[in-house]
Design a protein around this ligand. Sequence first.
Ligand code: DUC
Ligand code: ZN
Ligand code: ZN
Length: 470
Amino acid sequence: MTTLIKNGTVVSTTGRHEADVLIDGEKIAAILQPGTSAAVSAESGAEKVIDAKGKYVVPGGIDCHTHMELPFGGTFASDTFEIGTRAAAWGGTTTIIDFAVQKYGENVRECLDSWFAKAEGECAIDYAFHMILGGVDDAALKEMDALVDEGITSFKLFMAYPGVFYSDDGQILKVMQKASENGAMICMHAENGIAIDVIAEQAASRGQTDPIYHGITRPPRLEGEATNRAIQLALVAGAPVYFVHLSASEALERVAEARNEGHNVYAETCPQYLYLNLEDHLGAPGFAGAGYVCSPPLRTKEHTHHKDLWRGLRTNDLAVVSTDHCPFCMKEQKELGLEDFRAIPNGIGGVEHRMDLIYQGVVMGELSLERWVETCSTTPARMFGLYPQKGVIAAGSDADIVLYNPSAKTHISVDTHHMSMDYSAYEGLDIDGHVDTVISRGKVLIEDNAYHGAKGDGRYLRRGLSSYLI
Ligand code: DUC
Ligand code: ZN
Ligand code: ZN
């Protein structure tokens, strides 16, 4: 099947230009000067022609931080791989990197296999895995080498959640030492979980059990402290470190300092930290704030007011926007914490809205169009060993392409989203811009506001090492 995308504006990290894009099968065959494609299409007999006039033609989004079906807090994240990846496609994301999970006493290989089993034959778009090491022991350390050889080239560690996913500094150092040998990237959840648990326990014993206390008991300083500690450990071990879901200015400052000193330190943020805050959302009346419980927590208005995160995205101290997509329904899931915020499952679903929400940064003058493409597609591909197969519109790359219409609007609501959630964290938000057409490896998934894909369209991606290794 050949497809020609005509008359659009192709956007890359380095600029934008009018061009036509020819797709042959699953790959991009050529980028053509406008006007030359008529001859080429006649010659190649393109079977499908898509008119992209007035639209941006961008590489498909890559969400490198999702948690489909994550077991957490006595329940499971509500999106299956089938539903979550279909929702991602609706939002212009054509690749996810999900986190397989290993915990204390569990065998890494068996845990990874169970993640393969969950995803196999279910996904609408291509997918890859990071591995969470929640129980670092000799066997887990040994298994890291084999996983890297098989395309699982990044490992997430938690400085939060004692007794669940937590690693102490010695365990973190050992994993980092191993990564410095085998080229893996370390993804770090940086919050001082030991101190947080003390503060949370003290709050609960005073009767402070509403959702807002989830945020109040996780101060930004404890994200800054953990970020600094992880950087120092990474420097000692000689490993790269990538901070997931960075939310606090104090953490961003530590990342920026390390980067200014020339260290191999990277970070991502997520839309919830750019758009939502502690008082209005986590502090919403009644139990509604539970819908905004995630970790790290939403920060105060005063904190977000400084727009440090948008600045970090401009300066590249924040290299990536992911979602930390971890949806739970209010009913029966978030409700587990009706009596105590500590029992509310942590997570917000947003895999469907990342491209639109970050495009809003372009509309607001916070980001350039090119930087939107870079933070949402190209850098995630490079950071996690998928480039140039993914993350770029170039001859030979996978034909993962989004036509984005800057003149159309998007209304976000639980009534219209495709995620398995009974509320939307962005309810009622009207966005300038709209995901118009989504193509995954040459197949049109979204067109004319309809889904044309099928479960099982998505394939597992074996990743290489990060392009950011020095
Ligand atoms: N944070 C969340 O909010 N949910 C899942 C895990 C995490 O680190
Ligand atoms: Zn995390
Ligand atoms: Zn996460």
